[in-house]
Design a binder for this molecule. Structure first.
Ligand code: NAD
Length: 435
């Protein structure tokens, strides 16, 4: 079977690879924020050094016999950045652009995100340098299983729990779970999250990130004394995060004035008919073909006259070039890294209330945590319970981030990093250094 003939069967693999590759690339910006926050906390120099280094970096060779009989050998990585607070948590990506440095930085990002929402996980990331678009399903399965067995000593519900990332999905997670379980000689569902519901996935996981964004946006509105009903919201990105956030915010009485995808945006100052927009996009059509609203560009969407802006597509979209024109009073960062450090400064000067990514989009990893808890307990919650518990964690985290920011007279982003670093550092101090 050739790669081309099997490609159509690969609907299991993310079609949004390019965006996901770009999504978490502003690592240096992230670490510069880490440095600033660490300085504010007056972190001991030794602890600072520890937290700037990954705990463990694994490099493996992954041989795969291709469908044509030839053998290719791929390089795979798994980095456990910090596990002081619990098992490492973080996705596995399959892509040609995977590098060890990238995996390291993404693992650090996961460490801070889990600490902000105070879930008992450390941070990790994994990747294999490969081009999944040129591989058949059978080859991808072999690659996944061989990579899993190569890093099997680190994996485990108590040590390292992967999830989907660029070019991997619930199908791949099912193979990881099966491979691990075959080695252990019994079924271990809690070794990965983002699994299909039938084999231990959690209800509410698909909606979790958009739901988390909605919860923290409501909190921000309350915090600023603004009404929820009638609040005008513009959402960039109408995928998993953006479309769910838009629907849930509309359900709360907010008015969604604009949404966009990679083709551009749809705008109606009186509010879009979201069900009509969804009907259009569900038939795989892009928003530039949507007729029942005005067309705008993605750039125009960012500077619309609205109360809340939700960048939920890409990184680095709010920059020093457009930040001064932003009219929203609240920015809820559904995407990872949508705001540059230079833009942060301008937004602060303008008094815009930013809900930073490591808080705003942490609903996803929070429900991954719930999935792990349910798998370990062997007792599955109904969707209402998942959503209530998610809301509780998001509200609490919002309060803690804003309290930290207020106490130090700094912005919410630095407040979130300070909260995260402080939590990780506290555990290091208590545990001491094993020598
Ligand atoms: P998705 O692929 O489901 O949707 C992405 C959306 O962005 C699509 O509507 C796409 O058309 C749009 N888009 C792509 N390029 C664009 C461009 N140039 N301009 C405007 N829009 C563009 O992805 P998603 O899962 O919704 O993730 C979106 C963001 O949220 C990413 O930054 C991701 O890392 C972050 N995030 C997602 C989750 C999750 O649980 N899905 C969790 C945490 C963070």
């Amino acid at each position: 079977m050739t790669a081309t003939s099997t490609r159509s069967k690969q609907d299991v693999i993310r079609p949004d690879k390019d965006r996901f590759l770009r999504e978490e690339n502003p690592f240096e910006e992230m670490m510069s924020r880490f440095d600033f926050a660490a300085k504010q906390l007056d972190l001991e120099p030794g602890l600072y050094k520890i937290l700037r280094h990954p705990e463990k970096q694994i490099i493996v060779s992954v041989p795969v016999q291709r469908d044509n009989g030839e053998v290719d050998v791929y390089t795979g990585y798994r980095v456990l950045y910090n596990t002081s607070r619990g098992p490492a948590k973080g996705g596995i990506r399959f892509d040609l652009q995977v590098t060890l440095d990238e995996v390291k930085a993404l693992a650090a990002w996961m460490t801070w995100k889990c600490a902000v929402v105070n879930i008992p996980f450390g941070g990790a990331k994994g990747g294999v340098i490969c081009d999944p678009s040129s591989m058949s399903n059978a080859e991808l399965e072999k690659l996944t299983r061989r990579y899993t067995s190569a890093i099997i000593e680190t994996l485990g519900p108590d040590s390292d729990v992967p999830a989907p990332d660029v070019n991997t999905n619930e199908r791949v997670m099912a193979w990881v779970m099966d491979t691990y379980s075959m080695h252990k000689r019994h079924t271990v569902t809690a070794v990965v999250t983002g699994k299909p519901i039938e084999m231990g996935g959690s209800l509410g996981r698909r909606e979790a990130t958009g739901r988390g964004c909605t919860v923290v946006t409501k909190e921000a509105l309350k915090h600023l004394g603004m009404p929820i009903k009638g609040t005008r919201v513009a959402v960039q990105g109408f995928g998993n995060v953006g479309s769910i956030a838009a629907q849930l915010m509309a359900k709360e009485g907010m008015t969604i004035v604009a949404v966009s995808d990679k083709s551009g945006g749809s705008y109606n100052p009186k509010g879009l008919d979201l069900q009509d927009v969804l009907k259009h996009t569900q038939s795989k059509k892009l928003l530039n073909a949507y007729k029942n609203a005005d067309h705008i560009t993605n750039e125009e969407l960012l500077t619309l006259d609205c109360d809340v802006l939700v960048p939920a597509a890409l990184e680095n979209v709010v920059t020093d070039e457009n930040a001064a024109q932003i009219k929203a009073k609240i920015i809820c960062e559904g995407a990872n890294g949508p705001t540059t450090a230079a833009a942060d400064k301008i937004l602060n000067e303008k008094g815009i209330f930013v809900i930073p990514d490591i808080l705003a989009n942490a609903g996803g990893v929070t429900v991954s945590y719930f999935e792990w808890v349910q798998d370990r307990g062997g007792y599955f919650w109904d969707e209402e319970t998942v959503n209530q518990r998610l809301e509780r964690i998001m509200v609490r985290s919002f309060d803690e981030v804003t309290a930290m920011a207020r106490r130090h007279k700094l912005d919410n982003r630095i407040g979130a990093y300070m909260l995260a670093i402080d939590r990780v550092a506290a555990v290091h101090r208590l545990r001491g250094m094993y020598a």
